[in-house]
Ligand binder design. Structure first.
Ligand code: ZN
Length: 253
């Protein structure tokens, strides 16, 4: 798999594991932002090779949320390049760093752990004009999707996937309510989106974004109503298990 141009100056690389997407946004000249580089050490190496071949220099990173597969980094992307996230996600990574590093090491051994899970709060200054952080608490604390209005691009993070059901955050006091709130924010962007990139699964256009939001809402309504969701994503065993976790979460409240 290699970098594919999904919009002018926007490249996506998809790793086989969990169909995980890494987004590269050209910022002008040979400079670029890398969002959620993932997922195995070999993927990060291949990404670095491809960026080098394209003469692109990484000047900043963004993590959409503080889960192990979205806070990775490698010295080949630039050990001194600052990686950013929402203030809540950056704080979460500081507080729970040991736990996240253990998860990285267990799931994808070989990463340069000293570089992973180190995030500065807020957007890099040079993106302040061209990019908006869509922050909410669906799926994880401090989830920050990135919306680039002039490019009509949404880098969604771990939402609106055609292969994964909405995955609720155990630590939230209102996991379904906060998830629905996040979907509401993304829905406002539908008319302005030409391309969206989910953390896992296929890239789509604005119409597809609308369909995915509707599918996620259907799943969550069924969950709240105590009905069995009619959702083909539950055919995947680990997602069926996540659905059982959600049932317990909803019942416990
Ligand atoms: Zn996640």
């Amino acid at each position: 798999m290699s970098l594919v141009e999904v919009l002018p100056s926007v490249l996506v690389r998809t790793s086989e594991r969990y169909v995980t997407n890494t987004t590269v946004v050209r910022l002008g000249g040979d400079r670029c932002l890398v969002v959620d580089p993932a997922i195995l050490p070999a993927d990060l190496d291949a990404l670095a090779d491809e960026l080098e071949a394209a003469s692109l220099e990484v000047v900043a990173g963004w993590s959409t949320h503080p889960h192990w597969d979205h806070v990775l980094w490698s010295s080949r992307l630039g050990a001194l390049v600052t990686r950013h996230a929402t203030p809540e996600a950056a704080a979460f990574c500081r507080e729970r760093r040991a736990e996240l590093l253990a998860q990285i090491d267990a799931a994808a051994p070989g990463h340069e752990l000293e570089l992973c899970c180190r995030l500065e709060p807020g957007l890099p200054a040079e993106l302040a004009e061209s990019c908006r952080v869509v922050a909410h608490r669906a799926h994880a604390p401090g989830h920050g999707s990135l919306f680039f209005p002039r490019r009509s691009l949404l880098v969604a993070g771990d939402m609106v996937s055609e292969i994964e059901i909405p995955l609720l955050d155990d630590d939230s006091t209102d996991p379904v309510g906060e998830y629905l709130g996040g979907l509401d924010l993304l829905e406002q962007l539908v008319p302005a989106v030409e391309v969206f990139v989910p953390g896992h699964g296929a890239i789509g256009d604005g119409a597809e974004l609308g369909r995915r939001i509707a599918a996620d809402r259907r799943y969550l309504s069924a969950l709240l109503a105590g009905e069995e969701p009619d959702d083909r994503r539950l055919g995947t065993p680990w997602l069926a298990a996540e659905h059982e976790r959600h049932l317990a979460l909803v019942r416990g409240r």
